[in-house]
Design a protein around this ligand. Sequence first.
Ligand SMILES: *[C@@H]1O[C@H](CO)[C@@H](O)[C@H](O)[C@H]1NC(C)=O
Ligand SMILES: *[C@@H]1O[C@H](CO)[C@@H](O)[C@H](O)[C@H]1NC(C)=O
Length: 595
Amino acid sequence: MVDRDHDRWLFKGDTELGLQGRDASTPAIQRRSSARLWGLVSLLGLVLLVHRLWPGTSIISCAFPGQRGVPVIEVCPQVSAIAPSSHASLVESLDQEYATEEFKLKAYESLGGAVRIPTECYDDLGSPLEDPRWKVHFDFHTYLETRFPRVHSSLRRTKVNTYALVYHWQGSDDSLKPLLLAAHSDVVPVNPATYEDWINPPYSGYFDGEWIWGRGSSDDKPGVIGSLTAIESLLERGFEPTRSVILAFGIDEERGGITGASAIGKYLLETFGEDSISMIVDEGGSGFSDQSGTIFATPAVAEKGYMDVRMDVLTPGGHSSRPPKHTGIGILSNIVTELEAHPHEPELVRGRTYYQGLQCRAKYDKGFPPELRKLVQESQYSDGKLHDLEARLLDFDPTFYAQAGTTQAIDIVGGGVKVNALPEAVWAIANHRIADHSSPSALMDRFASIVLPVAAKHNMSLDAFGEVISADGPAWGQIRLSDAFNTALEPAPVTPTTGSGPYELLSGTILSTLKTNLRTDEFPSSAVVSPSLSLDTKHYWNLTKHIFRYGHRGATDSYNGAHTINEAIRGEGFLEQIRFFTRLILNADETDLLG
Ligand SMILES: *[C@@H]1O[C@H](CO)[C@@H](O)[C@H](O)[C@H]1NC(C)=O
Ligand SMILES: *[C@@H]1O[C@H](CO)[C@@H](O)[C@H](O)[C@H]1NC(C)=O
């Protein structure tokens, strides 16, 4: 446990920094590149009032209402570890059982058996009733039934959209909002060309004494098997929950959950209603990792938005013996060149999740460069320093661009049918992950503002997401911009952190699980909890404000990344995940932090 009163956040070698006497009138937020952007937009785009009514997410929560420059809000506040108290002896005896070789081998084999069922997810899967490729999920259901008999006799299981699973563990007090644990049972396919490169075969589920091998061993079968194992163990001890627990297992998370999680979300909304869940813990991308000897656990509380923009360039056809100076392909290239010449700038915004994470690193990571730490401190009050810091981060943090900005990747291009025919219809699609402080509508405005001069230069009219801007007089052709698959997504509502009961419960549970860990490798037992960003729980947004994407697992518990060869999880890492689920269920059951 990190000393929570350690709020000077200076380490040996750092210079003490006075915090007094700052100018309180300095605007708390200055959105520099935004201002630049809006200048551009208003110049070119007065014509173009593409103001859509997306629900606003641009409210910048300003955590620095400092009076006379004195910080009112503590930086990266930490809570104390929370261990089950009325169930203290239960959790203790379970820990003793979890530490036995017999339990470990059984749990590892539960995961191994799940890995051996290749629940591969494909982008083009059809409806569950028609496409036979779904059927493997029946085998998975049967496997779960045999492996977790108590769960299946005590919990109510509902199959949603045929293959997705919801388990309901009824609590004795219906006035308490249920705890929801979410995971997914599908995996990305294994490329047959890589079979040879696997140390152990991709669907072996083999435990080699340290690692459990195979596709899904990390992403995300531990989420499914870990929570079921925890509940099976609790049932074996006769535990009966006061607060209901719900498990929701998607079947096509790897293509956005359009069949599984979306149907589960709808089912839960119909069954329980809006804002009916106390908190959701979903696998997310993040767990914990070691920074210069301090463990940082980073539950994700924010998610970027999403949008694929399609560009169509439509020009008159004809014989290519008398071509125009620029064909549709040339014009499309011009657009792409302009887009790439004007990428979205990442932006450091006070109070936003990335900035908060940076403050936590600066405050608690002993290896954080001292001069950057100083900048982070000063940036709380000085806009100039905030911008200096922003510039430094491009080098310092390779993830800064992706985390704090809207990314743009032109990923698909098409057009042209014959070498002697002018291409009449040429197109490309750009993929975007939208910064949490921005929105699809800001992206569309900006996109249009970049394409408009290209359209003008080539005597083309522009249809920007339904808003047509004609050239003066007749145009030679048209450039059309649209939402490629109608999948635009606002950044997620940010889950409350500091001062929020669910965040405190989650943080406290993470800390107590680490503190009591059963690892045999002298893993650190204290940690800092720091909020972070990730993707993708959109199907559950209306069920609660308190959505956390967090898998209790260390960065070094994965042998290799997910979605690639040699996916494997360290057995002892998986065991800690089971312990985390156990503690979370018990803590949620006896807490008053969830309301
Ligand atoms: C634009 O193209 C149209 C159709 O080819 C043509 O009539 C018009 O003169 C062109 N305008 C300019 C400014 O080149
Ligand atoms: C969530 O609630 C909002 C506002 O009530 C509504 O517009 C939206 O359609 C809901 N989403 C889902 C997935 O039900």
